[in-house]
Design a protein around this ligand. Sequence first.
Ligand code: RB5
Length: 150
Amino acid sequence: MTKVGSMLAMASDHGGFAMKEFIKQKLQEQDYEIKDFGTQSEDSVDYPDFIHPLAFEINNGNIEKGIIMCGSGNGAQMTANKYPNVRAALCWDKEQTMLTRQHNDANVLSLPGRFISFETAWEMVQVFLSTDFEGGRHIQRVEKIAQILK
Ligand code: RB5
């Protein structure tokens, strides 16, 4: 469970900008503190320029959780997952979001800004922030994610 008042990180490209602003306002109304890594308009940009700085902070443990968006959610998720301590999940509904918290201990939620409604996205964000990791058999699986073969 991520407590109200916690610092959350958000970032998007132009494809997720409108959704980011909507979700940011909803979270601020609930007293979450938001570190917004941009973008700040619908002008066309490159998503890695905004996702890398967010993922860097999550990876270093400076911020516990992040919410990212691009048009499809894919580019944002791929960028974030370059960092070993980031587990970014691309989700489309509440059930996927719950499962990725319970089973994968996802610390970043990636949303497809052009493919789901803002209301669905907000419901997913609430699930993301209120669902705990189950632990148990999932612990060693999650630990193995960053153990790449060399
Ligand atoms: C931008 O047009 C789009 O490619 C981007 O938002 C995202 O979907 C990339 O994965």
